[in-house]
Design a protein around this ligand. Structure first.
Ligand SMILES: Cc1cc2nc3c(=O)[nH]c(=O)nc-3n(C[C@H](O)[C@H](O)[C@H](O)COP(=O)(O)OP(=O)(O)OC[C@H]3O[C@@H](n4cnc5c(N)ncnc54)[C@H](O)[C@@H]3O)c2cc1C
Ligand code: SF4
Length: 523
């Protein structure tokens, strides 16, 4: 059987002609997992009765100025997965439709008596679409915690601290536990994991993923249909198959895992290492090629072989069973309007430098935005303390910054980007998720990165022509929101520091100039 790509091909197929198709099972591009609830119970022998449906929506592809590597990764992975199902004997339709609504309506017309089934989707918007297309929605088992379990955990709690959720996960899932106690005597080894970039360090070579015919076709098609996509063409950074994703996971455990912890927050320049010791697994965890359970199991197995420090193992496990599951729970708990939050009343338009790294002389922004253009990825600290920090300090409208982040990152999906940006990145929810804003000046960036050596600005200076824009804007941000932050005990001490600044007037003046020039793309 071949992959069907049009309605005509479906309607001339034997199962259709004989009226055998009783069920349509829809696979979203972030649910491409053969062992999922949707497909595991679905044996090849029942293939004639069941149609597996993929839809590529032109409306979504054309809607935004996406990073080409993001679309490439999602489409090519889905196409490889669809082909794999065909080779296993499944009856698969991969439809290019103008929109999901149109694709589902077409299928309903062709198969009026069939049941339409989908796993719970990962966004509010797709949930609405599926509901209005009369889908039966079954549990999504690609996460370790369902939205209902998270809600039960959160219920009645005054504070939703991630650390408390994480400890609950460790106990509930029995991971890194020694009876009732945490293995190694501590829940969290973060205090050991805060080193800046190492000097003369050996970084393992990057694992390259070779491109096949399906990949090549997707690249050519994207460039032809959407010539104005952002970013550089796909290189060999990202796999588009399950084998490639598994290879990436093994490579991480063998070559990076031991050093993951200490350098988790370090930001060397991208030319030294753009990966540092991060796993690069988020795209595959998020589109279904890897399940978080198998990643955690493999991590523990590797740790038990004996040469991985507990701080690295615990740090990695915390990201996967803690942060990742936490933001998924927060997305559903806080509801659809959460994305519109704008507690600080930020209204500035997105700065030109986010689309064009040549529009700035700030070495850190230039390096990070260039890295994003090159492969649609940077690790969590540049996302938080460079990209989001500047958006926070300059007061960019949160929805505009959220759109940009969602367009350019390889691993962006609504459930994960909304809490990370709105709650963590730009404090637009007023502290509902994180208790303090992640605002920092040049001193933090200088300590945790190699960007400042050779930058035209001086991270220690807050006023004057060569003052670091981060340092100036950090103090100006505290000054602008003085009343608000004095009420927050986690940041009030820094706000009081404003009173010790002898050059506050010059700093305010410089901040206005910096904001104007950043908006004009001339700083
Ligand atoms: C402002 C901001 C936006 C972000 N947007 C996304 C996003 O759209 N998609 C995304 O997957 N991650 C996002 N993250 C989290 C984190 O930056 C990425 O998961 C990580 O950089 C991916 O690289 P990695 O797989 O090498 O991660 P590693 O550092 O190796 O961590 C292992 C895994 O932990 C998980 N993880 C760690 N932190 C988080 C987190 N805060 N939220 C969710 N999962 C987490 C990821 O699945 C990741 O693969 C964002 C973080 C910030 C601060
Ligand atoms: S001096 Fe300031 S602008 Fe320059 S790299 Fe350092 S933090 Fe960035």
């Amino acid at each position: 059987m071949a992959l069907m790509e049009t309605l005509d091909e479906l309607e001339s197929s034997t199962p259709f002609q004989s009226g055998a198709i009783k069920e349509v099972r829809f696979v979203a591009f972030d649910q491409i997992n053969r062992d999922s609830h949707l497909l595991a119970s679905f044996s090849e022998s029942a293939g004639e009765e069941k149609l597996v449906l993929f839809i590529e929506s032109k409306e979504i592809l054309a809607r935004r100025s996406w990073h080409i590597q993001r679309l490439f990764f999602l489409i090519s992975s889905a196409r490889h997965f669809a082909e794999q199902l065909v080779s296993q004997g499944f009856h698969v339709l991969y439809l290019r439709a103008n929109s999901f609504d149109e694709g589902f309506a077409t299928l309903h017309n062709s198969l009026p008596a069939a049941r339409f089934i989908s796993m719970a989707p990962t966004s509010f918007s797709l949930r609405k679409t599926l509901e209005s297309a009369n889908f039966e929605i079954i549990v999504n088992d690609l996460f370790l915690t369902t939205p209902q379990e998270f809600e039960d955990w959160a219920s009645g709690k005054k504070s939703l601290l991630m650390e408390n959720f994480y400890r609950w996960q460790r106990k509930r899932l029995g991971i890194l536990m020694d009876g009732e106690k945490p293995l190694g005597g501590e829940w969290n080894f973060d205090h050991e994991n805060r080193l800046g970039p190492p000097k003369n360090h050996h970084y393992p070579p990057y694992l390259n993923h070779s491109r096949d015919e399906i990949d090549q076709k997707v690249i050519v098609q994207l460039r032809k249909d959407f010539p104005s996509l952002w970013g550089e063409d796909p290189d060999q950074s990202w796999a588009t198959t399950r084998d490639g994703a598994l290879g990436q996971m093994q490579y991480f455990f063998e070559h990076h895992f031991a050093q993951f912890g200490p350098y988790e927050d370090a930001m060397p320049r991208a030319e030294e290492s753009w990966q540092v010791h991060h796993s690069l697994l988020s795209p595959y965890l998020n589109n279904g090629l890897l399940h978080p359970r198998e990643v955690v199991t493999a991590a523990i197995e590797r740790f038990e072989r004996g040469d991985i420090p507990i701080a690295s193992c615990e740090g990695f496990i915390r990201q996967v069973i803690g942060w990742r599951e936490y933001v998924y729970g927060i997305y559903w708990l806080f509801g659809e309007e959460y994305r519109e939050s704008n507690h600080l009343g930020a209204s500035r338009k997105l700065l030109p430098l986010y689309r064009d790294p040549e529009a700035t002389e700030m070495a850190c922004m230039k390096d990070v935005v260039t890295a994003v253009a090159e492969r649609a990825w940077v690790h969590h600290i540049p996302r938080l303390m460079i990209l989001s920090n500047l958006a926070l300090l300059t007061g960019i409208r949160p929805s505009e910054f959220l759109d940009w982040m969602s367009e350019v990152f390889i691993d962006a999906f609504d459930w994960v980007m909304v809490p990370n940006v709105i709650g963590m990145g730009v404090h637009a929810d007023g502290g509902a998720m994180m208790t303090k804003p992640y605002a920092a000046g040049g001193a933090y960036i200088s300590r945790m990165s190699n960007f400042c050596n050779g930058c035209v600005f001086d991270p220690k200076k807050r006023s004057g022509e060569d003052a670091c824009p981060f340092t100036t804007l950090y103090w100006d941000f505290l000054d602008r929101h003085r009343e608000e932050f004095l009420k927050n005990h986690r940041i009030s001490q820094q706000v009081r520091g404003l009173d010790r600044l002898s050059d506050l007037d010059q700093l305010r003046e410089r901040a206005q100039e910096v904001l104007t020039r950043l908006s004009a793309g001339t700083l």
